[in-house]
Ligand binder design. Structure first.
Ligand code: GLN
Length: 315
């Protein structure tokens, strides 16, 4: 099926293979050491069909894309009322690592900026597993359909060099938003950002979000429909850093970006897609990732607010 989609992937992959604009993130040493020219695209439909191009088995660290799934886990463990008492749902229009900005209820603005994401990591409790770290890894693994692991070198590099995140954690402690366990919470946040994935994993994680929270390959239900709606809403409004408004305007799909160069997109009811290309623009989004996403949305009329989009189809 879907010859059009298959040839679209091949075409955009070829078209952007030679686009080497942008720089790999210099945020900390382990991130800047990757091959800048890697390029991969994967898509998994809600029926479990897979379409791929490029280095789809090349592992990279998930970075900020993890925030979508730690938010999902916090919602699953505590319910949305409690989670909303800890974090707002409002875009900041500022960099993801803006030092700290709290709303009038003393909450970080949203769970996709670092301050809000660190608060979400602090909500994860060991329920099915012995430790918070295992709980989180196990939960992410349910979306990816395989067990995932942490890249120790990235974790250490981020822990040693992540002074801004340390500053955010100290301020969250100062304002009594984090408890005295704030060091452990930040440690978990660094670990979740250092989980290794490839585009195949991310596309399946996206397909699970596209498929009412149920992994289309394993059949495991990862989150309730209500929590899924919350996650997709925040991905739509805040998933692409301070580019989220323009992204909503142009691409119109829930998505999440990470500074390692990944973008995860969700076409609800249709498919999950992931692009990996570590050369970034000045806001920290993958340049080739944005271009491929724009073409995808245009070509198949996927913008969720498009009136002419009767039923999103990829064929
Ligand atoms: N681990 C990175 C940080 O916290 C993640 C940032 C990102 O991908 N935007 O700064």
């Amino acid at each position: 099926m879907d010859k059009n989609f298959k040839s679209f992937l091949k075409e955009v992959f070829g078209k952007y293979s030679t686009d080497l604009s942008g720089q790999v993130s210099q945020a900390f040493p382990a991130l800047s050491a990757v091959d800048p020219d890697s390029f991969a695209i994967s898509a998994v439909t809600v029926d479990g069909e897979v379409f791929e191009q490029g280095e789809v088995s090349r592992d990279f660290t998930i970075q900020s894309i993890s925030k979508a799934f730690s938010f999902a886990l916090a919602l699953e463990q505590h319910g949305s009322l409690f989670v909303e008492s800890k974090v707002g749902m409002e875009p900041t229009g500022e960099d993801y690592d803006t030092i700290i900005k709290l709303d009038d209820k003393n909450r970080p603005f949203n769970p996709m900026v670092n301050s809000g994401a660190i608060v979400m990591s602090g909500l994860i409790n060991p329920r099915e597993k012995a430790t918070r770290e295992e709980e989180l890894l196990d939960y992410f693994g349910k979306f990816a359909g395989r067990s995932l692991k942490i890249d120790e070198e990235t974790y250490r590099s981020e822990n040693e060099n992540g002074h801004k995140n340390w500053a955010i954690a100290h301020l969250l402690r100062h304002f009594n938003i984090l408890t005295k366990e704030y060091r452990e919470v930040l440690d978990l946040y660094f670990k979740q950002c250092s989980i290794l994935v490839n585009t195949h994993d991310l596309a399946l994680m996206g397909a699970t979000l596209a498929n009412d929270g149920q992994n289309p390959i394993t059949g495991i239900k990862c989150l309730s429909s209500e929590n899924l709606r919350h996650v997709l809403s925040i991905l739509f409004t805040c998933g692409m850093y301070n580019y989220s408004g323009e992204w909503a305007f142009d691409v119109g799909l829930p998505a999440k970006s990470g500074i390692s160069g990944g973008i995860l997109l969700v076409v609800p009811g249709v498919l999950g897609m992931a692009i990996y290309s570590p050369r970034l623009d000045k806001r920290g989004n993958s340049i080739r990732g944005i271009k491929v996403s724009e073409e995808l949305s245009d070509r198949f009329q996927l913008h969720v607010l498009d009136y002419t989009r009767k039923k999103a189809r990829i064929n």
